[in-house]
Design a protein around this ligand. Sequence first.
Ligand code: SGN
Ligand code: CA
Length: 565
Amino acid sequence: MQLRLTLVAGCSFTLAACASVASGNADSYTPRSPAAEASAIERPATAKRPNIIFIMSDDHAQAAISAYGSDISKLAPTPNIDRIAHNGALFENSYVVNSLCGPSRATMLTGLFSHMHGFTQNGQKFDNGMWNWVRALGQSGYDTALFGKWHLNYSPVGAGIGTWKVLDDQGKYYNPDIITPEGRSVVEGYATDIITDYSLDWLKRERDPEKPFALLVHHKAPHRNFMPAIRHLQDYLGTEFPVPTNYFDHYDGRPAAAAQEMNIYRDMYEGHDLKMTTEVGSRELRYNPWKDDFARMTPEQREAYFGALQPSNDAMNAADLDEREMALWKYQRYMSEYLGTVAAVDDSVGRLLDWLESSGLADNTIVIYTSDQGFYLGEHGWFDKRFMYEESLRTPLLMQYPGHIAAGSRVSVPVQNIDYAPTFLDYAGLPEREAIQGRSLRDVVDGTPPADWREDIYYHYYEYPGFHSVRAHYGVKSKRYKLIRFYGDIDEWEFYDLATDPDEMHNRIDDPAYRAKIAELKDTLVALRAQYRDSDGPAVDAPLDSETARDKGRRDAHAAAGTHH
Ligand code: SGN
Ligand code: CA
């Protein structure tokens, strides 16, 4: 346990209080009952602990945040999310440990890899009784609340969150079902705005003003099926976004990439996702297997939505596009819809920051913006996530804490979403939790990362068979190189030199020039799997053609088939 004096001074602890906090460490991994946790946690004797506003969107690519500087984001800027970077820090190398919603959320709450919290793929049930940082803060005197997407099971009952109202499952953009402790009902409006209204109501009127607070704002946007608020529907309809150079990727040398089903021009549902109509003048949608997203809109919402898209749909139907032209048209429609949903998230962040500034609480409040993972915006021809390739491995991370985090700072060391929970414990003056696999970002964000800060990151994705047919894989990324092993019904290694091949188009696993580097990274992978106690999937050194490895892969795949979402 290292509780630094700067923390003590910054939070005006007495040394005695600090000593008692510092001694309460060494929880074992075994989840304890909330009551046992409560009695184990000392209540720090301070009035000035920072508030926390944790804003998380769903499937938000770094490339769709202008603070990250992509060409796409220059055409669709996010001025309010960028305010957080301007006021504080932008993490240049922020990664997830498993690029999928449920597992990521469980990781952010617990500070654990998927195999440790047990929620490896969507459709499983998170054990709400498991330790999480929100409950820990609540037990130490914080008022806590969560509004928006939960998606770990039906509701957060038992998770120790003071006040909550959540979307049902994935959540709907228009008139979503909202689950509260009192039951479930349809709430008219647009999900991003409803979640923001709940959050502001709680901040302004419902929370206990005597306590520090931790508020979690969990948006559905910009998740599939990418439906912007009506006010943003036309923001990007005429914009020509730059098409990724590998949009028409042939996946040579990458069998797992070739086998996926997340291609924009082949796998996107033309009606459901792209809102394409069947012919000029018609409102009838092309393939739309899940009718409810549009059926639940009011007639006025539907008229406004499809009326706004009609000229563009009619032009597409009249144009008699060939296959390639149609693929490019779909890309532009996808960008317009996806970035249109981001625009409302940006409004939401603006409203929260405006309130914070006008309330006088900005200086004592940490604001974080992140996503449950990154997303493909046409790179490799894709939407969705899951792969350990850069666009979905990376997730946005921005953090402000005026007076504590230097304005406009950039953090370059690699961080992962296992680091969030220990960071909040640290800022709240609570003891480190031994079982946590991540580390507090406090020193990192102060510009003095510990000398032994990680250089390499570990990743493990499980959900196969499942939506989008991405094979299970694990891997390691160092500053320059990436080694991935796909397993299950295939057994394939991939190796990339990101300095010469940032788009990960050339698998160098058989290139003799990289033999020594690959061997080195395999050793690192063995060490990381041991360090994080991951024994799921075949061992790194199991021969590629090992029957045991394949059998285990098949068993995993078979088990997954029963549970996938
Ligand atoms: C839904 C989506 C998929 C997506 C998964 C997981 N289809 O099933 O495209 O991969 O969620 O997303 S949808 O048309 O029903 O939205 S995650 O964010 O929950 O991991
Ligand atoms: Ca997600």
